[in-house]
Write a protein that binds this ligand. Structure first.
Ligand code: 0A1
Ligand code: ZN
Length: 890
């Protein structure tokens, strides 16, 4: 475990490497506890680097058994003899040759003891690697930085029975038995120079499915997905998604795959979702395996999205990589942007947008509002692993989405082409990327780039006025952004505001510039206002009747909109806005306002009251349903975390829970008939298909069941029990179990037991079982979770399982994690400390569940702070946990 947090890394200190490594030849002899790695590295001084600089290779927990410099064996016991030194975390040559030279390094590593899951480790019976961000240095000494690109040839050797499948990056060039032994080998060559974080190897005994894809230039690519034996049929959907992603990247971006093979390996122990290693993606099996009996519709959508994401990295990340880790969003934001667009094309675009924005607000807005807020391109870090955040990924994607809105589809595509042409095979920066779009669109994107350099969510305030006599409608915009850590003052952002004016009974009216405000007719009629200063007024003319502004259509910028729309106007938008996203948004805004009022009532000791008009509006949405997936989103209330974020300070999670529950009960009662009729109408017919339309029908049916049960427990238990027993798909089975889990009583316990009994052999389903129980909003849940930690199926060392139980409790059970006696905080702090020595990355992620603690009411705030101080004060913390703990505290 790396415990040094001494040295923060600063973007401003970036220097080109003094040495480069053109070729890497690896020879890896796999062994459970003593894997031998021989690395032959061809160095040369970088003409752009410093002459005579020492060569410092990174290491992490390494011991070299042999090092040979240009044919000469170095005496590792006597480093003075070769003017350098080797420690577990660095190998230094003080005066390396100033010409090309070779270094051969032999290390011995213990994959079975690797609990951090970085470098070479074992997941079940699989040898696999994870090198992003800094895992390669746990395999051999190296210039472990993304701007050192090398061509790799990798020879793997293993026991034939233990690891019949030997994979690495690139194309396989040779393989065979090793005479006179029970071992075999394979040699892989990757012709594309790559940074070491994209290196991967796998040695395993897995089941495989194969298919192929012919690229548009006619090259045939062999596709392989390798999963636990017996699970091969569960990889079929991932294969289908992969082929669709390959075709999509050709069609939409003109990008072809470039090797002869593309392999995906699914493992059960993985710190993140998946990894885009060149030609050999390694996946958390959660994002590969799917069958109707074991995966929900949401799981299917995730498999599709993650398969696409990793595949798209081949161009955005691998062919063009990052110069340094500060540029992480260059590959991640862009690739998320691409996978969002892919999913939108595969499914209903407005429904995908709603889901993406829900996730953005839940994760990224929360991060941006708290102590862990950081720039999309940070300027400093102490532990890069802690920057795989929703800010880098999701906000990074939003920035690119805005760029596309601002310069238009055509310039955007041309800018991407220029980027691919100009930086292919290189390690690039955000400036390099942005300059391509500036050049193509002939726009100055300097101010736009502030999105990368200023943290925090801007607040967009809008007021409106209508002049009945002049027939003009005026919108006044202003923007502000609260201070974030180390950034007191912010410059104005460039905010693209997509908008329309809606007149009841008429719909969208034509937009006409009113003059005198700097807005051209072209800007106005594009429907996108560019807001670049602190204030702007736009006047529309020829407006015959007072219109209702529909602002930030499609969520055109990642900002918080502050506009006091009247309730009647929201109602009109719910029913008539031509923009699907804003129809949904109007319903959310309306509900959030009611909920905020109810929270205040509850805290004042009064009963909450709800608004019959809103119920009527939702009723009309259900009755007019043309897109069930959309309706399911529209009748799902803002989450408790959404409401908390809107309240922003002095937050009482119990009051929020009560208010939301009361509203759900109210709805469930008031619109019971409509819900029942939707529930019956949408009952499944025909065999399961994961397509978006069928999934939408199931989503609405299950959302209806959920509200029905809120309104009438008895009937809810009845319906849910029947659905639970009859369901043929995991979507319906698990939805019924979720409903039952909210209602204390024997039915719940019976259903939970039966679910466990039926699926105990399916790890990913059992994760759901753990997660669901961890999120029950009741006092007894903490004890339940503690008991589950002793369950035979629980494991501290499997990240999915730990995330399912402890992660869900911390991130998705606001009342119990924030229990007012501090028990939830203490529990999670305890797990973080237990876990830290084994898997610091996972421990740090769990600790970041405290990210919103400062908006809590004083009592909880004090308890959360004390738990954080307890963690921060513990001895021998990892760099990962120490960094999160310290940044979280004032
Ligand atoms: N680049 C991957 C994410 C990733 C990052 C770090 C990892 O280390 C444990 C693993 C994966 C992606 O964006 O998919
Ligand atoms: Zn990624």
């Amino acid at each position: 475990m790396r415990t040094d947090t001494g040295k923060p890394v600063h973007l401003k200190d970036y220097r080109v490497p003094d040495y480069l490594i053109g070729k890497v030849d690896l020879d890896v002899k796999l062994h459970l506890s003593a894997t031998r790695v021989q690395a032959r590295l061809a160095f040369r001084p970088n003409p752009n680097g410093r002459r005579n600089a020492p060569l410092v290779l990174d290491g992490d927990g390494l011991t070299a058994t042999k090092i040979v410099l240009d044919g000469e064996v170095l005496d590792l016991q006597n480093s003075a003899s070769w003017n350098g030194f080797a420690t577990s975390d660095a190998f230094t040559l003080n005066a390396p040759p100033q010409r090309p030279f070779d270094l051969e390094i032999e290390t011995e590593i213990d994959p079975s003891a690797n609990t951090q899951l970085m470098g070479l480790y074992r997941s079940g019976s699989v040898y696999c690697t994870q090198c992003e961000a800094e895992g390669f240095r746990r395999i051999t000494y190296f210039l472990d930085r993304p701007d050192v690109l090398s061509v790799y040839t990798v020879r793997l050797e293993a026991e034939s029975s233990e690891a019949p499948l030997l994979l690495s990056n690139g194309n396989k060039v040779a393989s065979g038995k090793i005479d006179g032994t029970s071992r075999h080998f394979a040699i892989w060559h990757d012709p594309y120079p790559k940074p070491c974080y994209l290196f991967a190897l796998v040695g395993s005994n897995l089941g495989s499915i194969f298919s192929d894809f012919t690229t548009r230039s006619g090259r045939k690519v062999l596709l392989g997905i390798h999963v636990e034996h017996g699970k091969e049929p569960q990889a079929a959907y991932a294969m289908d998604a992969l082929k669709r992603a390959m075709a999509w990247d050709e069609r939409v971006y003109g990008r072809e795959y470039d090797l002869d093979v593309f392999n995906i390996v699914a493992v059960s122990d993985f710190n993140m979702g998946a990894m885009e290693n060149k030609g050999l993606n390694i996946f958390n099996d959660k994002y590969v395996l799917a069958s109707p009996e074991t995966a929900t519709d949401t799981d299917y959508a995730h498999v599709e999205a993650v398969i696409a994401h990793e595949y798209f990295h081949n161009w955005t990340g691998n062919r063009i990589t990052c110069r340094d880790w500060f540029q992480l969003c260059l590959k991640e934001g862009l690739t998320v942007f691409r996978d969002h667009a892919f999913s939108a094309d595969m499914r209903s675009a407005p429904v995908r947008r709603i889901a993406d924005v829900r996730a953005l607000r839940a994760q990224q807005f929360a991060e941006d509002a708290g102590p862990l807020a950081h720039n999309v391109r940070p300027e400093t870090y102490r532990e890069i692993n802690n920057f795989y955040t929703s800010t880098i990924y999701e906000k990074g994607a939003e920035i690119i989405r805005m760029l596309k809105v601002l310069i238009g589809d055509d310039s955007f595509r041309k800018g991407m082409d220029l980027y691919f042409d100009r930086y292919d095979g290189k390690a690039a920066t955000i400036e390099d990327f942005i300059s391509c779009f500036a050049e193509i669109s002939r726009r100055d994107l300097t101010q736009f780039s502030l999105w990368y350099n200023q943290a925090g969510t801007p607040i967009l305030k809008v007021t409106a006025s209508y002049d009945e006599v002049a027939k003009t409608f005026t919108l006044d915009f202003s923007q502000s952004c609260k201070p974030t850590p180390n950034q007191e003052k912010k410059e104005p952002f460039v905010i693209p505001i997509a908008l329309g004016l809606v007149v009841p009974g008429v719909g969208d009216i034509a937009l006409r510039a009113g003059g005198n405000d700097g807005a051209s007719q072209a800007e106005i009629s594009s429907g996108v206002i560019e807001f670049t200063s602190t204030q702007r007024r736009i006047t529309f003319c020829d407006v015959a009747r007072r219109p209702i502004p529909s602002l930030l259509r499609g969520f055109s910028a990642p900002v918080r909109l502050d506009y006091a729309a009247g309730e009647a106007d929201l109602m009109t938008l719910i029913k008539h806005d031509s923009d699907g996203f804003n129809r949904w948004q109007a319903a959310q805004t309306y509900a959030t306002r009611m909920l905020q009022r109810s929270v205040a009532c509850i805290r004042a000791g009064d009963l909450p009251r709800y608004d019959a008009d809103f119920t009527a509006a939702l009723l009309s949405i259900i009755e007019q349903t043309t897109d069930p997936a959309f309706t399911a989103q529209a009748i799902t209330l803002p989450s408790e975390a959404d409401i908390a974020r809107e309240i922003g300070e002095d937050v009482d999670p119990d009051a929020i829970h009560l208010a939301r529950e009361a509203l759900r009960q109210d709805f469930g009662r008031e619109i019971k008939e409509a819900l029942l009729s939707a529930y019956t109408r949408l009952s499944e017919i025909g065999p399961y298909s994961p397509d978006a339309v069928s999934a939408g029908r199931r989503a609405l049916r299950n959302a209806a069941l959920d509200l029905l049960a809120a309104g009438d427990r008895l009937e809810g238990v009845c319906l849910a029990t029947r659905q639970f027993e009859d369901a043929e798909t995991m979507t319906d089975k698990f939805a019924a179990l979720c409903v039952l889990a909210q209602i204390p009583g024997t039915e719940r316990e019976k259903a939970l037991d039966s679910f466990y009994g039926a699926y105990q052999g399916e790890a990913l389903v059992i994760d759901k079982w753990f997660a669901l129980q961890a999120t029950i909003p009741e006092r007894g849940t903490l004890n339940r979770v503690k008991a589950l930690m002793k369950h035979k199926a629980f494991s501290y060392s499997n990240p999915n399982r730990l995330r399912a139980l402890a992660g869900s409790f911390a991130a998705a059970n606001p009342t119990q994690f924030n229990a007012d006696d501090g028990s939830g905080y203490d529990f999670i702090a305890g797990i973080v400390l237990d876990l830290d020595p084994k898997n610091p990355q996972l421990a740090a992620r769990l600790l970041s569940a405290f990210k919103s603690w400062r908006m809590l009411e004083p009592r909880r705030k004090a308890l959360a702070e004390s738990a954080l101080r307890h963690v921060a004060g513990a001895g021998a913390l990892s760099a990962d946990v120490k960094d999160i703990a310290e940044r979280s505290l004032p």
